[in-house]
Write a protein that binds this ligand. Structure first.
Ligand code: 6GU
Length: 225
């Protein structure tokens, strides 16, 4: 898989891809992540990328031309399965979205800023719009990192334990059960006995029960569909 991220603030995206699981996935060649500085496509000697909005009103709008030129440059190099605009008024990102996108070859993520981007980009070039939840971020960069992480960790070989992405919260519409590690007794706070007894079928049964219990208590809406 290859992910291209277009942003006016590339520095915001460096650390998420330079640590831990994502860094290793990139080093192992399981995914390529390319960050493109929109400023390089800016107009004139000031490399302008935003302007006042037609009709008046506070807030700058990201201009159509730099974004168009950047997207077109990339589209000449390869075909994209989705060109995604990161925006609080997009479709809510969920595990099923991550699952579906993890099967694609080439994804492009466009990060918005200021008042947003010229609507003509959305009308003519964007194939999908994603929001990561009902709150407003200063820009799409952190959301793009969230979406990329959720997708990349699903790619074959990225997680050490092949089965662990499948046992995540949400993957089967259940929250994950509680987990414990040593010591079995910390100042009298004990690990549930079932987990230290070595009866693995019973342990699996317990985990499933706990997943259902936790889901019923915390997210009953997940059990409804
Ligand atoms: Cl994708 N962008 C911004 N700016 N704010 C958000 C968001 C995206 N998703 C939730 N809030």
């Amino acid at each position: 898989m290859r992910i291209d991220i277009i942003t006016a603030l590339p520095a915001l995206l460096h650390s998420p891809f330079n640590d831990s699981i994502l860094k290793r996935a990139i080093q192992n060649g399981l995914v390529e992540v390319h960050i493109h500085d929109l400023r390089e496509y800016g107009l004139g000697k000031h490399r302008q990328i935003d302007d006042y909005q037609f009709g008046g009103g506070a807030g700058m709008v990201m201009m159509v031309e730099p974004i168009f030129n950047c997207i077109e440059q990339l589209r000449q190099e390869r075909e994209y399965d989705e060109i995604i605009y990161m925006t609080p008024d997009g479709d809510r990102f969920e595990q099923r979205t991550a699952n579906r996108l993890s099967l694609k070859e080439n994804l492009m993520l466009l990060c918005g800023h200021y008042k947003g981007i010229d609507q003509r980009i959305r009308d003519h070039l964007i194939t999908m719009e994603i929001s990561i939840g009902d709150y407003v971020l200063s820009g799409g960069e952190l959301a793009a990192a969230v979406v990329s992480d959720a997708i990349i960790r699903l790619l074959p070989g990225v997680l050490n334990d092949e089965s662990s992405a499948l046992t995540d919260s949400f993957q089967d519409d259940l929250l994950a059960p509680p987990v414990y590690t040593r010591p079995a007794d910390f100042k009298g706070w004990k690990v549930p006995e079932i987990l230290t007894g070595g009866n693995f079928p019973k342990i699996e049964e317990w985990r499933h029960e706990m997943a259902i219990k936790r889901t019923r208590e915390r997210r009953p809406d997940l059990l409804e569909d």
